[in-house]
Design a protein around this ligand. Structure first.
Ligand SMILES: Nc1ncnc2c1ncn2[C@@H]1O[C@H](COP(=O)(O)OP(=O)(O)OP(=O)(O)O)[C@@H](O)[C@H]1O
Ligand SMILES: [Mg+2]
Length: 326
């Protein structure tokens, strides 16, 4: 089984990219972009202008020099509540709107990412715990379609048993990597892994599979401790398994400029962690909890919001989307 081009059609409005976002990225004149897009991929919505199907956005960007290589992002911090799930679901939806064929791999037994997409598995649906031993057979049927360019391997409490089923270090090295290799074979470009806030086997196996480890932090001292420990662990695990160290990226996922600690955190990121820092802190916004309650992300609507702008810049940074248009 693979996902052919047909599978990536039929984008819903929530996952279509506003034409104005495409022109802002490319700096191309709206008339030029419209003329280059197939008429059936453009959808006029009163008050919103045009929305563009994700596959047409992909084709437009590809023609203009954007690459879509296979990438695995693991969002990890041993500290809880720092924005791992929020950054996974928000980045995944935005990347999908830009035409990346994305999968969210929910490895947290609390299933927050699955809940965020209102897509908990049914009782008989396989989850990672069942899939990792036979990805070629089980992965395709286990994936839930969220939209044309976003699929989910949902999680549930059984993933909490991974530490016993993945006890063998050889399995830890390969389990997530082999699931990701199968996702690549199925036709996907990008995997975002939402990890639990602990150093269990799911996190170790994710580090072994990741091209990029994104470490979200807040401004509290514990998330700094989490950052330092997570960076140490990445090195230790890659050393143990003789693997190259993935690109490490620190994401300041909750920046409130009124907080003294936030200014200190930003200064520290620009100092000690400068080589890892994603240069766009995400401003705090009460919208996150509101959209989550509706099973949405900030990119489901076009309402202007500073955090929406920040996550857009982060996705553009992670995928170097601006480079061909600079
Ligand atoms: N920039 C932000 N502004 C305001 N609230 C935010 C922001 N980013 C995240 N949050 C909120 O912070 C809380 C924790 O975020 P999230 O669930 O993403 O963290 P987590 O690291 O995945 O937690 P856990 O370790 O429990 O899985 C959530 O209620 C989320 O809505
Ligand atoms: Mg989480």
């Amino acid at each position: 089984m693979t996902f052919d081009a047909e599978a990536f059609r039929q984008t819903s409005d929530a996952f279509r990219l506003p034409l104005r976002d495409l022109t802002a990225l490319t700096r191309h004149a709206p008339a030029k972009v419209r003329a280059a897009l197939p008429a059936e991929a453009l959808h006029e919505r009163s008050g919103f202008g045009y929305l563009v199907d994700a596959e047409a956005v992909r084709a437009y960007l590809a023609v203009n020099g954007v690459d879509f290589p296979f990438r695995v992002f693991a969002h990890i911090n041993l500290k809880g509540g720092v924005g791992k799930t929020t950054s996974v679901v928000t980045c995944a939806v935005r990347a999908a709107q830009y035409g990346f064929r994305c999968v969210v791999l929910d490895l947290d037994s609390q299933a927050s990412a699955s809940l965020a997409f209102d897509a908990l598995p049914e009782d008989d649906t396989p989850i990672f715990y069942d899939v990792w031993q036979k990805p070629a057979e089980m992965l395709g049927p286990a994936l839930k379609r969220i939209d044309s360019h976003l699929y989910l391997l949902p999680s549930s409490l059984e993933n909490g048993l991974l530490d016993s089923s993945l006890a063998n270090p050889r399995h830890q090295k390969k389990a997530v990597a082999e699931v990701c290799a199968e996702l690549k074979r199925l036709g996907f470009d990008v995997v975002f892994i939402d990890c639990p806030p602990s150093l269990g086997t799911a996190v170790i196996s994710s580090i072994c599979a990741a091209d990029d480890v994104v470490i979200p932090i807040g401004s509290d001292p514990f998330s700094h401790k989490g950052l330092a420990l997570t960076l140490e662990e990445i090195e230790a695990i890659c050393d143990t398994y003789s693997l190259p160290i993935p690109t490490r990226r620190v994401l300041f996922a909750r920046y409130d400029k009124r907080e003294k600690l936030a200014a200190e955190t930003l200064a520290r990121m620009e100092g000690a962690y400068a080589e890892f820092a994603i240069p766009v802190p995400v401003r705090v916004s009460t919208e996150f909890s509101k959209v989550l309650a509706r099973g949405e992300t900030l990119f489901h609507s076009q309402r202007k919001n500073p955090a929406r702008q920040d996550y857009d810049r982060i996705v553009r940074y992670l995928f170097q989307l601006d480079a061909p248009f600079a």
